[in-house]
Design a protein around this ligand. Structure first.
Ligand SMILES: Cc1cc2nc3c(=O)[nH]c(=O)nc-3n(C[C@H](O)[C@H](O)[C@H](O)COP(=O)(O)O)c2cc1C
Ligand code: SF4
Length: 535
């Protein structure tokens, strides 16, 4: 039955989808649809986070949004002929996207709108609950907004897990006229992309969260510090800020309230250390990104010496929903002192990589085996690095560990920004340990000796170990060096680099045998170990 109202077809504009051809698919759809008798509207949505299905094309049908993926431009004619516009059958048809078990089992709170809406549509934003949190916050005294964020149990998602409400209270209690809200969008950890997806997929949510923070602490100006490797995120955030200003969601007397707040984008230059909050502030001030000694903490003396909230993208982006639904609804999710949801990012050698948002307490095994479907290579998983380049490598025997800040700390690991990077049984863990030291040497800001020099010596000692030179003596020396870096470094860059190194030695000591012995152990481990495809 032909109808004159256009059929809505969604093609993601997220850069992960674009990197595998989403723009060409959108063009092909527009062209192919133009020659047919039914009008089609192509909407560029965010990504649902099922990266192995990108580009995931969805069509709005009375039964819900039906997905097809991964779609190549050459598939488009065939899809249209197979009845794509009515959700028709085709080998690429995946079913109603919201009902796909992988997605339906998740608890999407921060990512609730991402992949569903057009990121720059104000109508979409408002239709899907946007601004409800800000409107409520603006009706409350500052102290009550802070109390709500504190009671929700929200902890910083950038790595350290510091309670957001406590940080905000410190800034709020400063009497300075000038204060700032800074969003850390440097996202340098390996295997992490959730911040990017928030900025590309739901930028108004981040703007709303920062505006609520500004109201809570009494700031009039804010900055989003975005890594230069994220040009799409930069462009989308800039466009969203302009639109927000045009709608009085930013600027003077926001939404008719007394709040005046404006936002600016700053683009980093590609240094991992600029993700460390004090380095980021130096960089924002136009200086070289070097770590500042603490105290004073940025909450008291931050940007240009003024009280400053520095929070990660996910932390700030989660505030609107907490304000809209109330602290209790968020606090009820999670375990122990890890409340709410965490946005896990599955990457590396994994069959189904992408975003899994669930309550804290999910196990690594559920993430890697159930959601992730095991390795992409089909070989057994040997280890998973959680928490970025400074995080521990965990062996399969630890995969039942619940994902919560304290449980991980007790196990000598850390959740960090929620990045989960999977390796199969061909990985060389001595090489990974060497890489941790090498990474630290390359990215150290150079301010303190344990990190600047220790990391270079670390590479050399590992080289001697695998060369078979006085293995026991050099292993003891490496442990000494790790202790020195942990205790003597000024910041967590040097202080945490020993974590991946030590975990590699503890759990995979065979890989630190001399090269010949190691090669023999590796051959024994990997020969005939290929498993069935678990995808
Ligand atoms: C070497 C290093 C790199 C870091 N990189 C980031 C980063 O890319 N993004 C981020 O939000 N926090 C990063 N952090 C943590 C920040 O210093 C800071 O704790 C965080 O931005 C505070 O926000 P939160 O409380 O919302 O987590 C890094 C820390 C260190 C030591
Ligand atoms: S630990 Fe490394 S990155 Fe941190 S202040 Fe020292 S030299 Fe700089």
């Amino acid at each position: 039955m032909a109808s004159n109202s256009p059929v809505t077809v969604y093609v993601p504009r997220d850069s992960a989808a674009r990197s595998v051809g989403a723009d060409a698919v959108a063009d092909a759809l527009r062209q192919a649809a133009a020659g047919r008798d039914r009008p089609v509207e192509v909407v560029r949505n965010g990504s649902r986070g099922m990266l192995w299905l990108e580009p995931l094309v969805e069509v709005a049908t009375p039964a819900g949004r039906v997905g097809y993926g991964p779609v190549a431009p050459s598939d488009v004619e065939g899809l249209l002929s197979a009845g794509l516009l009515d959700g028709g059958d085709h080998p690429l048809r995946r079913g109603v996207v919201d009902e796909l078990p992988w997605l339906a089992r998740q608890k999407r709170v921060t990512f609730a709108r991402i992949g569903i809406t057009d990121p720059l549509s104000t109508d979409d934003y408002l239709c899907h609950g946007g601004l409800a949190g800000l409107r409520r916050a603006l009706e409350l005294p500052r102290a009550e907004v802070i109390a709500e964020v504190t009671e929700s149990g929200l902890r910083g998602r950038g790595g350290a897990g510091f309670p957001a409400g406590v940080k905000w209270k410190t800034v709020s209690e400063c009497s300075d006229e000038l204060k700032f809200v800074c969003c850390n969008a440097d996202e340098g950890d390996s295997g992490t992309f959730a911040d990017r997806m928030v900025m590309e997929g739901d930028p108004f949510m981040l703007i709303e969260g920062m505006t609520i923070a500004a109201h809570a602490v009494g700031a009039r100006e804010g900055y989003v510090y975005i890594r230069s490797e994220y040009p799409d995120a930069v462009a989308t955030m800039r466009a969203a800020i302009d639109i927000a200003r045009g709608n009085n969601w930013l600027g003077e007397r926001i939404l008719g309230s007394d709040l005046t707040f404006d936002l600016h984008i700053r683009v980093g230059a590609g240094a991992y250390i600029c993700g460390e909050e004090t380095s980021m502030l130096e960089s924002l001030e136009g200086k070289r990104g070097m770590v500042r000694s603490k105290p004073p903490i940025p909450a008291l003396e931050g940007l240009f010496g003024k009280p400053t909230v520095v929070n990660n993208v996910l932390t700030l982006a989660t505030v609107p929903v907490i304000m809209a639904r109330g602290a209790k609804a968020y606090q009820e999710l999670g375990v122990q002192r890890s409340r709410g949801t965490q946005v896990f990012q599955l990457g590396g050698n994994i069959a189904r990589g992408g975003i899994v948002e669930t309550a804290f307490g999910v196990t690594l095994r559920e993430l890697v085996e159930d959601y992730g479907g095991g390795t992409l290579s089909g070989r057994p998983v040997r280890t998973v690095q959680v928490g970025g380049p400074l995080g521990a490598y965990l062996p399969a025997s630890m995969f039942d560990l619940p994902m919560d800040y304290e449980a991980f700390a007790e196990a000598g690991a850390m959740l960090g920004h929620g990045g989960v990077v999977v390796f199969d049984d061909t990985v060389d863990m001595a090489a990974q340990a060497r890489f941790a030291m090498e990474f630290c040497a390359a990215e150290s800001c150079g301010k303190c000796t344990p990190c600047r020099v220790g990391s270079v010596r670390g590479v050399e000692v590992i080289d001697r170990i695998v060369a078979g030179e006085d293995r026991d003596g050099n292993l003891a020396l490496l442990e000494d060096l790790c202790e020195l870096m942990t205790d003597g470094s000024l910041c967590a860059m040097g202080g945490l680099t020993p974590m991946p190194v030590r975990s590699a030695i503890t759990h995979f000591s065979d890989d630190f045998l001399a090269r010949d012995a190691h090669a023999a152990a590796r051959t024994a481990r990997t020969s005939g170990a290929r498993t069935e495809d678990t995808a």
